[in-house]
Write a protein that binds this ligand. Structure first.
Ligand SMILES: *[C@@H]1O[C@H](CO)[C@@H](O)[C@H](O)[C@H]1NC(C)=O
Length: 306
């Protein structure tokens, strides 16, 4: 019996050791796998990954934000299909809550109050591509339900996500901005650390008059909203108001590596593209996006010194 028992004890011990080794190495792998992942998320939070994404995809060749192309107002089934087929890297669309039941987030620009595509379906379509998205919020009530939808599909989204709203009154601005505190609170969710927050001022521009630029008070107020955030932030600035605002906007960018500018223009603005040259000369090329029409971007790129 004793002779027979011994080998079975040894066998039992051996099985136990193997099981322990398996459990041990399993949990070691688990810990090792988990660690770099968590640190990666927290450092990535500080940095805008947009250019890296398109460089990695081979969609741009150099680290220059002026090479990013934009599609605008992709607020219908037709427009989003066109945008996905275009050469645009980033697709911009507007979001508000549908005016009637079901009051879900839809792709529409005021004064529209309905759309043939909801945010839910729009995100489904976008998932098939590696383009980035810029969601422009026109209503505060739409932000929380939209962020919840976004968080539910994050693992499927392959491109950068930008979350945009006008949150402060700016030069010539007549529209009412979304409340900055409420907007930021709703836009910052557990899943949103890698998002770029695009935080702007309401603006106006009138032909044939002297249009004021961004004041010191305006940039300081924006910096007060943004310094406590950990996400990267881009400030959409209206091209026709930029030549009057160089010291202010340069100061704003100097306040954090997380900050960048996104130049945009109104449909009817008289834009003197050479007014943008000081920005090109004195500010890092990775820190100014040009959310312009392709023809305008081409005009810019044609300037000597751009
Ligand atoms: C939506 O817009 C239409 C047309 O502009 C208008 O007649 C309707 O009253 C609006 N609906 C709501 C709920 O605001």
């Amino acid at each position: 019996m004793g002779v027979l028992k011994r080998p079975s004890v040894i066998r039992l011990l051996r099985v136990r050791v193997i099981v322990l080794i398996l459990i041990g190495s399993g949990s070691l792998c688990f810990v090792l796998n988990l660690k770099p992942e968590t640190t990666e998320v927290s450092t990535e939070a500080m940095k805008d990954q947009t250019l890296e994404h398109f460089l990695r995809q081979g969609k741009i060749r150099v680290n220059d934000a002026a090479d990013i192309q934009w599609a605008h107002a992709a607020n219908s089934k037709t427009k989003i299909t066109e945008a996905l087929q275009s050469s645009a890297h980033m697709i911009e669309a507007d979001i508000l809550l549908r005016g009637h039941e079901p009051k879900e987030p839809i792709m529409a620009h005021p004064p529209e109050n309905d759309s043939d595509i909801s945010l839910h379906d729009w995100l489904k379509v976008v998932q098939a591509s590696d383009k980035g998205i810029k969601l422009d919020f026109k209503s505060l009530q739409a932000v929380a339900p939209s962020m919840a939808l976004l968080d539910s599909v994050r693992s499927e989204l392959r491109g950068p996500v930008w979350i945009n709203a006008d949150i402060l009154p700016g030069p010539g601005g007549k529209a009412t901005p979304l409340d900055p505190k409420d907007f930021v609170e709703a836009a910052v969710t557990p899943g949103s650390y890698g998002d770029v927050l695009s935080l702007g001022w309401t603006t106006g521009w009138v032909a044939g008059t002297e249009n004021p630029g961004y004041s010191w008070e305006m940039v300081r107020e924006m910096e007060a909203v943004c310094w406590p955030l950990t996400q990267s932030v881009t400030f959409p600035v209206r091209a026709a108001l930029m030549s009057q605002s160089f010291p202010q906007l340069q100061w704003l960018l100097q306040q954090s590596d997380r900050y960048s500018l996104t130049v945009w223009t109104g449909q009817t603005d008289a834009l003197a593209v050479e007014d943008l040259l000081p920005y090109r000369k004195d500010i890092d090329k990775t820190r100014i996006y040009y959310d312009l029409l392709d023809a305008q971007r081409a005009q810019l790129r044609g300037l000597p010194g751009f």
